[in-house]
Design a protein around this ligand. Sequence first.
Ligand SMILES: [Zn+2]
Length: 116
Amino acid sequence: MIGRALLLRCPRCGGRGIWRSWFKIKHACPTCGLVLERGESEDYWLGAYMFNLVAAELVSVATAVVIIVALWPHVPWNFVWALSVVLAIVMPVLFFPFARDLWLAFDLMFRPPDAK
Ligand SMILES: [Zn+2]
């Protein structure tokens, strides 16, 4: 399910086309009919947003650390700083559908759709 989510497919059947756009998921999977908007409320996606933010910030920090270690002691501090800021802003946007799909996969693991 994690692998399917990373490919932005339906976590249950691996079907394509569950995304209306980069930021909008369809109501249900066109292949298996799994309801993708499982949320009982808006809170449902809070976990995905949190997950997205943490992952994105980790990537930007990790990138900065790798550059600093690789170029030590001649670190281009202005470049590292600018890159970290750009990554911190861009990553959550790029990572958004992945975070949402992953969140759905985790949810399906802990709350299988058949066992309601
Ligand atoms: Zn499906």
